[in-house]
Design a protein around this ligand. Sequence first.
Ligand SMILES: [Zn+2]
Length: 344
Amino acid sequence: MYLIYSLPLLMLWGRPTFAARWTIDSGCDNVPFSQRSPLNAVDELKKAMAEAITMAENAVKVLNEHADDEHVSGMMKLIYGDGNDYQAKVDETKRILANVAGFEKEKAGPGPLDQEWQNTMTNNDVMIFCSKDRFKPKQGSTQLMDTSMNNKLFSASSFDDDKLRGACYKTDYDLNNVNEKKPTALTTPSDLFDKKKYNQDGKPPDMSPYMVAQPKVADTIDICPWLLHRSAGRGWPRIDKDQITKTQQPGFKDGLSDIALPVDGLVDTGYTLLHELTHTKQGGRTIDTLPADRPAGAESCYGWKCVQLIKDPKNADNIAKAGMALHLWTMGYHVDKDGNVLNK
Ligand SMILES: [Zn+2]
């Protein structure tokens, strides 16, 4: 019976069953923001996804073929240190980036709320949203249901301005204030949290054993409207020669916070998606290292400076920064300790 069911499925999809799919909600072609007209971002997000997946592919190739190159190993040692666990950390990085490279390069046909997608999605697939319209109130409850995720429940307070989801969808940011703390995007696993068992076990610090996989529900990535409007305002930068040349100018500080280094100035929507894709089930469920787990001096878990302090392939930005640095190597550059992007 298993074979009878799986054969027509294979033929129907016309692709290897291991390739993870992604789709973009049509709300990304109508992204609101205060004092600006709504934005069409679907085409740019498609390009950004292709950029993210290409970066991951290139990085894996470099680690397979040029791991001993002085700049390649030099950059990886900045990110992971020179200890006994160096090779294990590089191998884990390669594994996660290879998983990200396992996403289809092209967007799937149907949108996330289309029946066709809803009927065929798996938890290796990803749905990209730019609005919170899919969250609907649950009758007789204060909770909201994510209608794209089989009505997964969210507390109404998670949409408060001071919570991640609320902050992501605030539309009154000052786009020019680079030090304003705000999320750029957030990935939500489709896994359900077994709160009852977690409470019974005395709420241990590691919550991951209490996540229950939902094989037929895709993860979501929310892209925060302000990020898209800022990228549009800058002409949708990509990680290309033009942008790299900008970071090489003395005094380059375009859009950088106090703790950021020149290479962090290359962070675009493609890079942001690479970071988010490492959080997905397909990518490997990386985390953003919590303040209590960060070494002294790591003000955040993002950026070239912080990843050198954290040195952990479980931290999403370590993987994404490794991916970007190795991609830059294929373009003829390398990155030094101070985040300078240098010609090879
Ligand atoms: Zn993250």
